[in-house]
Design a binder for this molecule. Structure first.
Ligand code: BDR
Ligand code: CA
Length: 312
């Protein structure tokens, strides 16, 4: 039986790549996409991207729900457009989606889907954790209904990508992330500790572009801006963030991990948005998070390639 997943996302170039991986994978069944601000401040733009990606893959049947347009407490100061372009997809323009989002907002959609299917749904988060936190605000018992939560976010030993200690998804809404880490569910965390280990160079991406299908062509096109951004930061290749969360579901054996209590700093002058792993159990809390620490990069890219090749 495939694992039933709800993907909360801010698409986003690497979100788009992860959504395609999910759609191509028989191990999971995508029940819906819920959209959050993050890679752009315009959540409606990101929701249109979500629908357009689904339509590109021939999956307009999957519902999209629009969610939070801003963080819980402080204003959005993200710089998503530097990495993802003004339209979130590196300037690639997909056909205007024919299917509108559902009328429920993302938090309600998450609640309704999980409560109607107790123990069945895995939440996969690829953006700031605001929608999940809002859902918890309405239904603090949500974790009782959820199978598990798998996130791309945070950095416990690796340096941050927004500042020396904070990763963008957590930094974009640290209060929301803190609520999610302390909600009482088991979390798998694909943070920068592991995502920075998966590189795709232009030879590999060119191979995807030449597969002869539109998904592969789209991955090539959409990564042009993203690769250029990584070059401008001094990296030789792009790294793959959001697909790591999906791959951790498809092939957990590709990863190594440590089970540890993780919390989020929300007030520090220099450390706001930092994810802290309590390696020595000094806080006295039970571990709740499987922090991914290593990955078989070659096996990862091989499977990613095969899955994109299988799409339209
Ligand atoms: C995360 O931030 C976003 O820019 C990416 O889509 C990814 O989810 C990486 O820090
Ligand atoms: Ca993302």
């Amino acid at each position: 039986m495939p694992e039933r997943i709800l993907i909360d996302t801010d698409p986003g170039i690497d979100d788009a790549m992860a959504i395609l991986l999910a759609l191509a994978s028989p191990e999971v069944q995508v029940e819906g996409l819920t959209v959050v601000f993050g890679n752009s401040a315009d959540v409606h733009l990101l929701a249109r991207n979500a629908s357009a990606i689904l339509e590109l893959a021939g999956r307009a049947d999957i519902p999209v729900a629009v969610g939070a347009a801003s963080p819980l407490v402080r204003a959005y100061h993200g710089r998503g457009s530097v990495v993802h372009g003004e339209n979130g997809l590196g300037g690639v323009v997909l056909p205007k989606p024919a299917t509108p989002p559902v009328s429920q907002n993302a938090a309600q959609f998450i609640i309704d889907t999980c409560v109607a299917n107790p123990g069945q749904i895995t939440l996969v988060t690829l953006g700031p954790l605001t929608n999940i936190a809002l859902a918890l605000g309405i239904r603090p018992d949500l974790p009782r209904f959820v199978r598990r939560l798998v996130m791309m976010g945070g950095a416990v030993a690796a340096p941050g990508n927004v500042n020396p200690v904070a990763e963008a998804n957590v930094h974009n809404d640290p209060e929301a992330a803190r609520l999610v880490f302390n909600a009482g569910w088991e979390i798998t965390m694909a943070g920068l500790d592991v995502t920075m280990q998966v590189h795709m160079d232009d030879d590999y991406l060119g191979g995807l572009g030449n597969l002869g299908n539109r998904a592969g062509r789209f991955v090539w096109d959409v990564t042009r801006f993203y690769v250029a951004a990584y070059h401008s930061f001094g990296y030789a290749d792009m790294v793959v963030h959001d697909s790591c969360a999906l791959m951790a579901i498809l092939r957990p054996e590709f990863f190594t991990s440590k089970f540890v209590f993780v919390d989020v700093e929300t007030t520090g002058e220099l450390t706001r948005g930092q994810t802290i792993a309590d390696w020595r159990r000094q806080y006295g809390h039970k571990p709740q998070t499987h922090v991914l620490t290593g990955v078989d990069e070659i096996a990862f890219k091989q499977l990613y390639y095969e899955r994109i090749a299988a799409l339209l």
